[in-house]
Write a protein that binds this ligand. Structure first.
Ligand code: UD1
Length: 367
């Protein structure tokens, strides 16, 4: 029986790994779920396991937070110990499966490759061509070392070809995050969060911001807060706040400005279903998250992306996303376009059909 080590660490990993674990159940395979503990808060981690029916991790490494070097160093040593320990007991892994672009993804790939364990990377080939983003470094290292590159959108195929990866190692399989979204959306919409917030479907804006370029300076975060407060008069704002952003709002003294605007709802980070109930019924989404660009495209909801570039260009060329940079003026103009009905419509990309994980399991079993 083939044995796969499936690695998760941070919030965006959980919804990607859930359908892969489920798809493996249809095959003669053993999965060992390893949670690095990069995210450890209940509402950034445990709640996703409960709601998405993910099994309890077989191994929990508890690495926690730190600078990039500190966190990556802890990840590398803990993962190496786990891989070596399994091999010493005669239960070593045939392959490591990693998803996405977080520090845990890169560290698992590096540790496994040096131990000669092959690695499959799910969501391979995405490139923002912006090396100031830690995730871009993680993508380049992970793809450089993985021997099976499972791609979610056509740009991934082009990028990997340009980097010289042999065709045999690369396969377009679709988007596992959308597998989870399609499975959960009907359940999510039955939740009571909208009623609790007293917002009507199709009338409000969901905001998420956590990238350093938007939240780490008082100037950029302050300008975004100003726009949100200004539009909140006729477009209620629902803003679940990532811990990193919460810390910045506090230290820049911006909390009061948000709290005093009657139309702004500040929330703790939400679980998967509550968040999907919000996004799937929103008028518009404002975000710097990679995953949410894809989810809004699948949901056909306008997405104003607060980034200069994106590693997910299909969400702009085919989907509902528009890049607004960190420019509060561009954000404002696009919000107006949404409100006056002149914003573009989009279509759902090829193979974002709810069956990506099934294709991945078939591919992994055949190698
Ligand atoms: C990480 C990912 C990012 C992803 C995001 C989703 C990397 C490089 N970044 O960013 O790609 O979009 O997750 O959330 O892997 N913290 C808590 N509780 C936790 C975890 C973190 O309070 O459970 C706080 C800590 O102060 C920590 C900070 O958040 O220092 C940053 O956490 P970290 O894992 O380094 O990166 P994220 O910003 O969460």
């Amino acid at each position: 029986m083939k044995k796969f080590a499936c690695i998760v660490g941070a919030r965006p990993n959980f919804m990607k790994m859930a359908p892969i674990l489920r798809a493996f159940e249809e095959h003669d395979a053993e999965t060992v779920l390893i949670h690095t503990g990069q995210h450890y808060d209940k509402n950034l981690s445990d709640v996703f396991f409960e709601e998405l029916g993910i099994k309890k991790p077989d191994v929990s490494l508890g690495v926690g937070s730190g600078s990039h070097a500190q966190q990556t160093a802890k990840l590398l040593t803990s993962l190496e110990d786990t891989f070596v320990g399994a091999a010493e007991q005669g239960t070593g892994f045939d392959r490591v499966v990693v998803v996405g672009d977080v520090n845990s993804t890169m560290a698992a790939t590096l540790a496994a490759t040096k131990l000669h364990i092959p690695v499959a990377h799910v969501e391979a080939g995405l490139r923002s061509f912006d090396r100031r983003m830690p995730e871009e470094i993680n993508r380049i290292v992970t793809d450089g070392l993985s021997d099976l590159l499972l791609v979610s959108e056509p740009s991934g195929l082009e990028n990997l070809k340009a980097e010289g990866h042999p065709d045999d190692n690369v396969k377009l399989v679709g988007n596992v995050m959308i597998d989870t979204l399609l499975r959960q959306v009907a359940i999510a919409r039955q939740g009571t969060l909208l009623a609790e917030l007293k917002v009507e479907p199709g009338t409000y804006c969901v905001v998420t911001l956590h990238r350093p370029s938007n939240v780490d300076t008082a100037e950029s975060l302050g300008a975004l807060v100003d726009v949100l407060v200004e539009v909140s008069g006729n477009l209620p704002i629902v803003f679940p706040v990532h811990p990193r952003t919460r810390a910045r709002l506090d230290s820049f003294g911006l909390n009061d400005r948000l709290a005093q605007a009657a139309g702004v709802h500040i929330l703790e980070p939400l679980g998967y279903n509550d968040f999907l109930s919000l996004t799937s019924q929103a008028r518009v989404i404002v975000t710097d998250s990679g995953g949410l660009q894809e989810e809004s495209t699948a949901l056909e909801i306008p997405c104003l992306t607060m980034r200069e570039n994106t590693e997910r260009p299909v969400t702009v060329t085919e989907g509902t996303s528009t890049l607004c940079g960190s420019d509060a003026g561009v954000l404002h103009a696009n919000l107006e376009a949404v409100l006056n009905g002149s914003y573009k419509t989009g279509t759902c990309p090829k193979l974002w059909d709810g069956n990506a994980a099934k294709r991945i399991a078939v591919e992994l079993m055949s190698r």
